[in-house]
Design a protein around this ligand. Structure first.
Ligand code: SF4
Length: 63
């Protein structure tokens, strides 16, 4: 699912402490900086490049 990273999203992300990045996912391997399932992480990794198009991962599972 793609959303535009706008001011409204940024405000809600902060207000509700939304977790959606790979770093908050049980499948993220912080030592290898990779997804344990082999998915690309660039569009939803917190430390990665953040573009105007935000992509949520359907496999995200909160820690
Ligand atoms: S399952 Fe999705 S959100 Fe979780 S680490 Fe892999 S790519 Fe990131």
């Amino acid at each position: 699912m793609k959303l535009v990273l706008g001011e409204e999203f940024r405000a809600e992300e902060a207000r509700y402490d939304l977790r959606w990045n790979c770093e908050d996912c049980t499948r993220f391997d912080p030592e290898g900086v990779r997804c344990a399932h082999g998915y690309p992480i660039a569009t939803h990794q917190r430390a990665g490049k953040r573009t105007e198009d935000l992509t949520f991962c359907k496999e995200f599972e909160a820690r």
